[in-house]
Design a protein around this ligand. Structure first.
Ligand SMILES: [Zn+2]
Ligand SMILES: [Zn+2]
Length: 368
């Protein structure tokens, strides 16, 4: 095989969210970017690792030497134990914060990957044969990193999930100060032209806060089921900020993550926040990972919202980086039929853009 080729194959999380895992071959180096789990109708699935062995690019999983893990959300991280069953030697790189949040989420499964993890810091550089790698703040959630790889003079940036706006818990993404040739973009809203944030706050989040405010003013308690444990932490901070008098009761799953944040000196809890041991009489908010109990009287809410750039921020981001090639992954189609222009269609009409786009399918190899 020629020494300088760059081959990219998504093993999951291509034109959908879930099981994000991207194979990147840089000459003789075989890497994975993320290794997450997917879910359809409650059933978990792993990336299609076996698809790699159907290609001429890999004969044995032990040839994969390094895994770069962008952040602790399970759609990017929870299949690590599965991959280590195929290759117990792979070295995994992530930030300390990601490691903390991940260990709380994977619980006993974390033990099987712990010895393979090396912690990295933002702006830290690690030299590997034929490449230089560095890590950059991605926004989105605490600990999230972008991975920049310099291979044979080309700069390849994998964004992971990122946000160019600050959230309650973390600042905005900080881009490396180099010209990017190949951008591997987790473009959640790249095909959702109508999805728009309002300032720093997602519309869904504003709705949640408004519903909590109204319920409490009617002296009604709120049961809010969070879809991702780490979003529970985000919600606590936001409720504390915007509804400072609300009493919040937090289930033990979310509390576990709260404690990890606090261990790393990111304060979350305040006086009005309590671990959930009973449902008190006064109007209050319950944040839980479990479905609500069959008890009437609660205002029931789904604690789901987006920590991603909206459509126009995604366009601006790619326009600003202006890579030669943009591989768009983590990019589900719009639910609205004939929704309007996609990221690609907007930038094709921009005379200053030099970017050609690839929207790969899972298992489909590309030479970049
Ligand atoms: Zn994420
Ligand atoms: Zn994601």
């Amino acid at each position: 095989m020629a020494g300088g080729k760059i081959i990219f194959i998504p093993l999951g999380g291509a034109q959908e969210v879930g099981a994000s895992c991207y194979f990147l071959k840089l000459g003789e180096n075989n890497l994975l970017l993320d290794c997450g789990e997917g879910r359809t109708r409650g059933i978990k699935f792993s990336p299609k690792f076996s698809a790699l062995l159907d290609t001429p690019y890999l004969q044995d999983f032990h040839q994969v030497s390094h895994i770069f893990l962008s952040h602790a959300h399970l759609d990017h991280s929870a299949a690590l134990p599965d991959f280590l069953e195929l290759n117990e030697r792979a070295a995994i790189y992530m930030t300390d914060l990601t490691r903390e949040i991940l260990s709380a989420q994977l619980e006993e499964r974390f033990a099987s990957i712990e010895k393979n993890i090396s912690s990295v810091a933002f702006l830290q550089k690690i030299p590997l044969p034929q490449m230089k790698i560095s890590f950059h703040q991605a926004g989105h959630i605490p600990g999230a990193m972008m991975t920049l790889i310099n291979f044979r003079g080309k700069n390849i940036l994998y964004t992971g999930d990122y946000s160019t706006f600050p959230t309650q818990l973390v600042g905005s993404a900080l881009l490396p100060d180099v010209k990017i040739d190949i951008l591997i973009l987790c473009g959640l809203h790249a095909r959702h032209p109508h999805y728009r944030r309002y300032g720093d706050t997602d519309a869904a989040l504003k709705k949640i806060l408004r519903k909590i405010f109204l319920a409490l003013s009617w002296r009604k308690s709120v049961y809010c089921q969070v879809t991702q444990i780490s979003k529970g932490v985000e919600l606590i901070s936001l409720i504390n900020k915007f509804l400072p008098h609300a009493e919040i009761f937090i289930d033990e799953q979310v509390m576990k993550i709260v404690r990890r944040f606090e261990n790393l000196h990111i304060p979350i809890m305040r006086e009005q926040n309590h671990p959930l041991s009973h449902f008190p009489r006064e109007p209050h908010v319950i944040l839980s990972t479990r479905p609500p109990p069959p008890r009437t009287g609660f205002e029931i809410l789904k604690g789901d919202f987006s920590l991603h750039d909206d459509f126009s921020a995604t366009v601006d981001f790619v326009r600003r980086i202006n890579p030669k090639i943009c591989v768009v992954v983590h990019s589900p189609p719009d639910k609205i039929f004939h929704a309007g222009m996609t990221l690609e269609q907007v930038l094709i009409n921009d005379p200053d853009s030099r970017t050609s786009f690839i929207f790969p399918r899972t298992g489909e190899p590309f030479e970049l």
